[in-house]
Write a protein that binds this ligand. Sequence first.
Ligand code: SF4
Length: 351
Amino acid sequence: MTFSLSDTLLDWYDANARALPWRVGPAQRRVGERPDPYRVWLSEIMLQQTTVATVTAYFERFTARWPDVGALAAAPRDDVLSEWAGLGYYARARNLHACAQMVVAEYGGAFPATEGELRALPGVGLYTAAAIASIAFDEAATVVDGNVERVVARLHAVTEPLPGAKKRLYALAAALTPDARPGDYAQAVMDLGATVCTPRKPACAACPLADPCEARALGIAATLPAKTPKKKKPTRFGTCYLARRADGAVLLGRRPDAGLLGGMAELPGTTWAEDAPPPAPPLGADWRVMGEVRHTFTHFHLVLSVMRADVPLGTVPDRGEWTCVDRLDDAALPTLMRKALDCGLGPGRLL
Ligand code: SF4
């Protein structure tokens, strides 16, 4: 069954592969074109927790500005963080830059070709290493992301809930991975999961794997993979301070490298906690409340109050640096902080 299943899926992929800016499609592969490991790696990092639609514009901007790993490694880290701003999960951007520098320093600018070596690079976990090894180097690595877990759980009618079922799904996915065209096979499963075997309404009538699919036969496809209910996310509260100098400059701080939004620019503020933390303005002034912004992180919701003070030239803050308003677009401001600036300055000023 294994070989016929992967052959069936590869035939489907040959006819239905999505055209993606980082992909070398099956027709190009047939005439000998090889994927560029830099583009495969960059796209896989960007696609973690992020949709294809969102990633496409970022990918095109990154590759236009830094066409190879050497160019990215040589870029100032702030430029990379700034280009990444809005894409979220900012540890990815810091690791991206560190990884590019390691590939240049330790591998002479050529990505290592095996899953094991790739795993040792910053920001490259089990899934990403397998995806790069498979797609860029045709290693028969087992590539398992959320799409693959869903397809495999359904094909084998695995009703054990995630995350407990992860090991079993990985083993089942490994058993399905062929030695021939493993890179195309990995992309075929991803495409099937993204376009046919979708989370809520799998299009079983259009699926090349409908015959062997056990969940379809049992009528339970849409209920799989089962998931252990998540704990309710707590809400944290905080305050940020928009200090506006008479020449229009805005006071910005930088978040510590470790932790949420690490290394990104911010409006100086309090810590974030479930019991509202004490005020921590970056300078003494007549602060007034402008509103609040809400943002959801992986583990909590945040309600961030925005205070504003207009201060004269020559004001010296306790922390942070004055930044010209026309340079704010170049600052590595995450979406949360852009929302806070918008709240403090008035809608449409920056976003
Ligand atoms: S038959 Fe339906 S549930 Fe099974 S793999 Fe195809 S789309 Fe998914």
